[in-house]
Structure formats: structure tokens, C-alpha cells
Design a protein around this ligand. Structure first.
Ligand code: FPP
Length: 611
């Protein structure tokens, strides 16, 4: 990963640079020029389609702007393909589908002959974006060609969520990759969703006239019915008191949805400026819709240049200051093996890496195979205290704890452990502050997206319930489970929103269902039957349960699997341990005598010498 400051972005940037001096020592290759032209086209497309979006992208750090243009241009191209009135809906749907399929192919190849896809593929590789999340949005755009009708706001929101949110999420991911995350506090997720709904509603109101010209009225029936007569008038292009009332109600609603001041609380000030400014621009757009009156049915209204300048001038100053304070990062290059439906495990696994060696050259001890545990489970305790002892916020302890988790994975691979299970977030951890919860869950999600474990021979899976977990995290967990399922090295199970009693209760419920269905006879239920109904029936018993942080409890962790586990408690806080501590724990385990309830074999009897 490279750390860059704003002033050193020029050499990395594929942005157009009409006004930039070209480095004298470096001549541009044909590929550089093609890429630059591709990004330039994306920028033009964004500016022509949506000047407000273009202005917002200008508030991003220079190094991220080309990625912003590429994402926006791709979304616009797809929209245009779906909208081309020269073709029948089926033909338009086929065009969207062909573009989407070509993108998958181009992602795998790492380049494209189409300029917009070329820029998008470059963006995805450079910023390690997983574009598989856009698949649903592209399908939604394809299906838009048949027109849309929504009975109520719930249906309308589902459409908005499917078609728009994944694109916005890519932009959020971009910020994260650059080290300036648009982290949303968990309790702000609803605000974020409402904000996106508001942006979409604003867009629909702006384009009402052109859309009606194509027979489209993208408002839910529920809203249309609330203003009797408005729908008929609109469809006939008639401005009336009913249509005015409908538009007024809709702009009020959109204004309410985009006004979410708490959404950016605690966010990086640069990222917050982008979001806050977009809220201001949306409100200005809604003012223009309100002011348009009957003209709204003819053309899309735009806010005046003065209104825009009043918003953008201070925003530019704020964002420049905010980004100048932050060193941004560019992740290392990535192989072009990612495609929009996810890389094939086979393609990925040809590039599996060994774990990085310890800097001090330490190697794992030799443990006899029959003394080696199969399954080590760890309660990673002490992150908070580690941070507090250093005068740092607890969240720093969790960040440092993530590095210790990587160390354990390296150590497990090196010593040849088959199963490692980590307790990352319990069902009881929801009692912590929102900030801390967000940090832990974000650290895990980031790790899934870009962490160093991705390319090791590790089959990753998750134990726990989705419940209140952020949807993105759940998606990332499931994606990694799918992506790594064929790996044969270490099985790493990360317990997130996991509770042992909850696991047992769920298993009991599954068994009860099986009994009701006649699959098992209640009076014959055995331990094996129970184990077969656990969420991960193939997880072996825990041989060694290790807890750091100087506490001696098992805290609702793997009660079924750990009944016979050897317990190992150590005083160090989790961020202070490394793979050598795992090897010590395994060495100590290998010396223990495990009896599983049996009696100690009697020492051989000494024969007394016969007289
Ligand atoms: C317990 O320490 C630790 C946690 C609740 C979070 C553990 C999560 C991680 C280390 C991230 C894991 C990342 C991956 C990649 C699996 P504590 O906060 O209870 O510490 P304290 O007892 O000192 O307060």
C-alpha cells in the first residue's frame, strides 16, 4: 500500500491533465494515452449528464476523481442504453445485458476496448473495488426498460435500493480504500438509506417532464392517490391544482429525506463535506423544481448558477483543507481476476501465497502429529485495556487486535493447524457504545475486502446470526465464504454476532422441526443427531480453548464444541500476542494428558522380587 499526499498524486493519476506539466523524463505509452482518453470521456459524460455530480466529484481528492467519473459514466451509459427510444424494450434490455457481460469479461482480462469500461476496469483494479455488488443494480436497470409501477413506498424503496445504493456503496468503498472512510455509525444506516431515497426522488421530480414524455411516472401509486386527479393530469401533460399539490408534497418529502445532518457525525471531514454538499445541492434542486411550476412538465429545471456557487464555493475551500490534512493511501496492485460475478475459486487459487514469515525468523516447533490439536479456538480479549493503557481510544485496540488475528492465521498455517476459530463479536457485545461496535465491525469488513488473509490457503467462514449486523458485512462474509470454499489449508471460522446459547437454541429448534417432519424420532435423539443440526455440523470439537487478557471465563463461546477442550489462559492483552504465543499454547497442549473422562492408565506395576 502506498501512502500519498495530495501533492504527489500526479504520477499516479490517470486524470486528464491539460494544465499539468508532464514529467519530462517519462514518455507516455500508448496504453497510458488510451487510459487517459478513457477517463477524459468519463469526465465529459459526467459533466454533461449531471453537472451537480461533476461538481461533487471535484470535492473529492484529486486521486479519487477519475474513479468517481468512471463509476458515474458507467451508470449513465447503462441508463442511456436502457432509455434509447430508437429500440424496442427487448432490444434495449439486450444492450444493457451485453454491456454488463462485456464488463465481466473485461474485468477478468484487466482491460477493455470500450473506453468507459476501460476506465472502470482500471478503477476496479487500482482501488480493489469488488464490482460484483453492482450486478443487481445492472439487472435492475435492464428491467427498467419495461417501465415501472409501484403500489406503495415500500416497493418504490426496494427498487431504489436495488438500483442506486450499490453505486453509492462503490463510492463509499473508494473512500475507504483511500484511508478516508465514509464510515456510517450503525445507528445512522437508516439516515443513509433515507438520504439515497431522497436523492432518487429529487432526480425523478427533476426529470418528470422528459419521463412523462416517454410514458414514465416513477412515483408510487400510494402517493399519486393521495392527490386525486393528479395522475390523470400529469399523464395528459396538464398542470393543475392537483399536480401542484402532488409536486409540493413530493418536494417536501424529498427535502425531509435528504436533510440528515447526523448522518455525517464522526465521519472524515473531507468525506462529510462531499455528503453534506450533496444534501445542499439536492435541496437547491428541489427549490428549482418548486419554482418551475408548469415548466416542470416541459424540461428538467436546474438551480441558478448563483445558487450553486453559494453552495460550492465554501464547500471547495472546506474540502481542500480537509484533504490537505489527510495522507491518502493507494492499495497495492491487484491481479485482474475479479469479475462482476466474483472470481472463480480456481482462478484465484492459482495465486495462493504462503504466509509472510516472521521478521525475526522464528519458525514453528515440530509437534508430533498425534499430539497436534485439530481445532484451536481463541477468545481475543484485552483490546480495550491495551488501548486504554496507552491513552488511546478503545477503537485503536481493536485495530491493533486485527493485526494480532492475522498473526494467528499465519502461525496456524505454518504449524499445520486444521481449524482455527476466533471470537470476534458476541451477541453480548451489542451492549457496547455504537462507535466501538462500528469500529469492530468495520475492521472485520475491511479485512474481508482487502486484508492479507485473502490470498492465503484459508477457507473462511462465519458463525453467528445476521441480526443487526450491517448488510454490507453480511454480504462480504458470505462472499468470502463462497470464494474460499474450495481451499484446503486452514479452516478459519470467525464468530461474529455469535452466542453459544443462541447456537444451541437454534440447533434445538432445527431438531424439533426435523422431529415434527418425522425425520428423527424424538425419543431416539442422540448427540450425533444434535451435532448434525448445528449451524456448522462439520466443525470438530475444540481441543484447545485459549483466552488472552487475564480473564478465566469461556463467555458463551462454543459451549457444544468446547466441552472437553483443554483451557489455556494467558495474561497478555490480545494486541500484544503473536504467532509465537499460539505455538507456545500448542506446545503446552501437546504435553497435556487428555482423558475425556477415562481413568489414568495405571502405572506399570513393579514386581516385587520373589523370595
Ligand atoms: C475483546 O476485547 C475484543 C473484541 C470484542 C473484538 C475482537 C475483534 C477483533 C480483534 C477484530 C478481529 C478481526 C478479524 C480479522 C477476525 P475487549 O474490548 O473486551 O477488551 P477489554 O476486555 O480490555 O475491554
Amino acid at each position: 500500500m502506498r501512502v500519498i499526499s495530495q501533492s504527489t498524486t500526479a504520477d499516479l493519476d490517470a486524470a486528464p491533465r491539460a494544465r499539468r506539466r508532464r514529467p519530462a523524463a517519462r514518455s507516455l505509452t500508448g496504453e497510458d494515452l488510451t487510459l487517459r482518453a478513457a477517463y477524459r470521456l468519463c469526465r465529459r459524460t459526467t459533466r454533461q449528464h449531471d453537472p451537480a455530480i461533476h461538481a461533487l466529484i471535484q470535492l473529492m481528492p484529486a486521486v479519487l476523481r477519475p474513479a468517481g467519473w468512471a463509476l458515474w459514466a458507467a451508470a449513465s451509459v447503462l441508463d442511456d442504453l436502457a432509455d434509447q427510444r430508437d429500440a424496442e424494450p427487448a432490444e434495449r434490455a439486450a444492450r444493457v445485458e451485453a454491456w454488463t457481460e462485456a464488463l465481466q469479461h473485461d474485468l477478468a482480462a484487466g482491460t477493455s476496448t470500450d473506453p468507459v469500461r476501460h476506465a472502470l476496469v482500471h478503477t476496479a483494479l487500482r482501488w480493489r473495488l469488488d464490482l460484483s455488488g453492482l450486478q443487481g443494480a445492472m439487472i435492475s436497470t435492464r428491467d427498467d426498460v419495461h417501465g415501472r409501477r409501484f403500489a406503495d413506498w415500500t416497493e418504490w424503496r426496494a427498487w431504489c435500493n436495488e438500483g442506486i445504493t450499490p453505486w453509492v456503496d462503490q463510492v463509499r468503498h473508494l473512500f475507504e480504500q483511500a484511508g478516508a472512510p465514509m464510515t456510517l455509525r450503525l445507528d445512522r444506516r437508516v439516515d443513509y438509506e433515507r438520504f439515497i431515497d431522497g436523492a432518487q426522488l429529487t432526480d425523478i421530480l427533476t426529470d418528470l417532464g422528459p419521463d412523462l414524455g416517454q410514458g414514465l411516472l416513477l412515483l408510487p401509486q400510494e402517493a399519486l392517490d393521495a392527490c386525486p386527479g393528479a395522475e390523470g393530469d400529469l399523464r395528459q401533460g396538464r398542470w393543475s391544482p392537483a399536480t401542484a399539490a402532488l409536486i409540493g408534497a413530493m418536494t417536501d418529502l424529498a427535502r425531509q429525506w435528504v436533510t440528515r445532518p447526523a448522518m455525517t457525525t464522526g465521519m472524515h471531514p473531507g468525506a462529510a463535506t462531499v455528503l453534506d454538499t450533496s444534501a445542499c445541492l439536492l435541496r437547491a434542486q428541489l427549490d428549482a423544481v418548486d419554482a418551475a411550476g408548469p415548466a416542470l412538465l416541459k424540461r428538467a429545471p436546474r438551480p441558478s448558477l448563483v445558487a450553486r456557487a453559494r453552495i460550492l464555493t465554501p464547500a471547495r475551500i472546506r474540502s481542500r483543507l480537509a484533504w490537505s490534512l489527510t495522507p491518502l493511501t493507494v492499495p497495492g496492485p491487484r491481479r485482474p481476476a475479479v469479475n462482476a460475478s466474483g472470481p472463480s475459486p480456481a482462478a484465484e487459487d492459482t495465486a495462493l501465497r504462503p504466509p509472510p514469515p516472521r521478521p525475526d525468523g522464528a519458525r514453528p516447533p515440530q509437534i508430533d502429529a498425534d499430539r497436534m490439536p485439530s481445532h484451536v479456538a481463541i477468545i481475543m480479549d484485552g483490546n480495550g485495556r491495551w488501548a486504554e493503557q496507552r491513552g488511546l481510544p478503545r477503537s485503536e485496540g481493536h485495530r491493533a487486535g486485527t493485526a494480532a488475528a492475522h498473526e494467528m492465521v499465519y502461525g496456524a498455517l505454518e504449524i499445520g493447524l486444521r481449524h482455527l476459530t476466533l471470537y470476534a463479536f458476541s451477541t453480548e457485545n451489542w451492549k457496547r457504545g455504537t462507535e466501538e461496535i462500528t469500529t469492530i465491525l468495520e475492521a472485520i469488513r475491511r479485512d474481508l475486502d482487502e486484508g492479507p488473509i485473502r490470498d492465503l490457503d484459508v477457507r473462511q467462514r462465519w458463525s453467528g446470526r445476521p441480526g443487526k449486523l450491517p448488510e454490507e458485512l453480511v454480504r462480504a462474509l458470505m462472499r468470502e465464504e463462497r470464494r474460499t470454499h474450495a481451499r484446503t489449508g486452514l479452516t478459519l471460522t470467525v464468530c461474529i454476532n455469535y452466542g453459544g446459547r443462541d447456537e444451541i437454541t437454534r440447533t434445538a429448534a432445527a431438531l424439533a422441526q426435523a422431529a415434527q417432519a418425522g425425520d428423527v424420532a424424538p425419543h431416539l435423539i442422540s448427540e450425533d443427531d444434535f451435532a448434525r443440526h448445528l449451524p456448522h455440523p462439520d466443525m470438530p470439537d475444540v481441543d484447545l480453548l485459549w483466552r488472552t487478557g487475564n480473564e478465566q471465563r469461556t463467555s458463551n463461546f462454543l459451549p457444544w464444541h468446547a466441552t472437553y477442550a483443554e483451557l489455556h489462559f494467558t495474561p497478555d492483552h490480545w494486541p500484544d500476542v503473536d504467532r509465537r504465543d499460539l505455538w507456545r499454547a500448542i506446545t503446552e497442549y501437546s504435553r497435556r494428558q487428555r482423558r475425556h473422562g477415562a481413568a489414568l492408565p495405571s502405572p506399570p506395576l513393579r514386581r516385587s522380587p520373589r523370595n
